[in-house]
Design a protein around this ligand. Structure first.
Ligand code: ATP
Ligand code: MG
Length: 397
């Protein structure tokens, strides 16, 4: 179903053009903000009454993702619908897609929801990933090739921010880890020697036209993204072109419509392997709001509404720091407001808070992007911001 929904237009029912998003987290909030800036009305479906996106959208349909009445209400309100997290049941997208343009489509989201399906898709696109085995039965467990150890056992579905992952070195540890994950379908991945982690975000329209953001370099702490730097530096020659080609091939192989992020590992020997993908904007692309002339959310609005896609341009080097709930606690464990005024006194600092009421350790509360005239200056200010907040030093290049 291909239709253009012009911003500021009025539908046949006399309602202003409204874009909908499944999921009310911070990604949904930033989508809503981008859509509203263009004049769209917005609707969010999320069960949480205080969801970050629900708080800022014109309409909040407060119900579960498979609630038929809620889905009907969203459909009635919206001229087109997108999603902000991959664990929206593909079934919900399928039923919405029968009546409204929905991007990305249910098929692509279903692939991204399942690690084994995702890896098979990488294979079809001719993109390498870590050696792996699917573990769904005791027989699969017994048949695991010893060459995959030491490895990381990952649940096939519902993992994020390093949750649902266990590092294992021996067969006994593997068996114990699988039991600790209650024997749910898993993928065992060989643990690879990582030199760096990078990601690429592309946007693809219904005609197959694709645009992309520059390669992003990422650092994780405790399995959660901590820092993104753009332009990506300190990498082997040619990595950016290889990652972009791979992301294009993956998007094309799924006839993907929407914004897609592919995360990669750069190995010690310079090889590039795909880790995983997200059928939506990604935390590693938050810097695009402040450092590019079109953000990843602007492009999500365009792909959702069927508007033309233009290549985004990075106008400033940037460093993004994730702000986790830990920052809301002082050394004695008492809740505090982080020292924003000190941080905002630095040049080129853009603070984004997601409106989450209760800080928890490890919870993504916001992010901060530093833009500057050159990459060293952005890193230098980010370093100062990190110090003022009490965050660890930035990782070396
Ligand atoms: P996300 O929040 O990105 O969805 P996730 O929980 O799905 O995270 P992964 O991206 O699979 O987790 O892994 C988290 C991190 O663990 C990676 O960014 C990387 O640092 C490390 N890691 C994962 N798989 C491997 C591997 N095969 N070899 C070495 N390190 C790995
Ligand atoms: Mg990841």
């Amino acid at each position: 179903m291909k239709r253009v929904i012009l911003p500021g237009s009025t539908g046949p029912d006399g309602r202003p053009a409204t874009l909908g998003v499944m999921g009310g987290g911070q990604l949904g909030r930033m989508f809503v903000q981008a859509a509203q800036a263009m004049g769209y009305f917005t609707a969010v479906l999320d069960p949480d009454p205080t969801s970050p996106a629900g708080l800022v959208a014109h309409y909040h349909v407060q119900c579960g993702y498979l609630d038929e009445q809620g889905l009907a209400q969203l459909m009635q309100r919206c001229a087109a619908i997108t999603t902000e997290f991959e664990n929206v049941p593909a079934q919900a997208l399928l039923s919405l897609g029968a009546h409204r343009p929905v991007s990305p489509g249910a098929d692509a989201v279903a692939v991204c929801q399942h690690r084994a399906a995702e890896k098979a898709q990488f294979g079809r696109a001719g993109v390498a990933c870590a050696p792996y085995a699917v573990i769904e039965t005791d027989a699969d467990l017994a048949a695991v090739d010893a060459a995959l150890l030491p490895g990381i056992l990952k649940t096939s579905t519902l993992g994020y921010d390093g949750k649902g992952q266990v590092r294992v070195a021996t067969r006994d540890e593997l068996a114990a880890a699988w039991a600790s994950l209650k024997g749910v379908p898993c993928v065992l991945e060989k643990r690879l020697p990582l030199a760096a982690e990078v990601s690429v975000i592309v946007a693809r329209d219904a005609h197959g036209h694709m645009v992309q953001f520059p390669l992003q370099r990422n650092w994780h702490r405790d399995g959660i993204l901590a820092v993104t730097e753009v332009p990506a530096r300190g990498l082997p020659d040619g990595i950016a072109a290889r990652a972009l080609d791979a992301a294009h091939a993956i998007a094309a192989s799924m006839d993907y419509v929407g914004v897609l992020c592919v995360e990669f590992f750069v190995l010690d020997d310079g090889a590039l392997v795909a880790n995983e993908m997200a059928p939506r904007p990604h935390n590693s692309g938050h810097y695009t709001i402040d450092a590019c002339d079109q953000s990843q959310f602007d492009l999500q609005v365009r792909t959702t509404a069927g508007l033309p896609l233009v290549a985004p341009r990075l106008h400033s080097p940037a460093v993004m720091l994730n702000l986790l709930g830990d920052l809301w606690f002082d050394a004695d464990g008492r809740e505090r407001t982080p020292p924003w005024a000190d941080v905002l006194a630095l040049p080129g600092v853009h603070l984004h808070l997601y409106g989450k009421a209760s800080p928890r350790r490890g919870r993504k509360m916001g992010h901060l992007t530093v833009t500057a005239a050159d990459a060293d200056a952005a890193r230098d200010v980010a370093q100062q911001a990190a110090a003022r907040l009490g965050l660890p030093l930035l990782p070396a290049l």
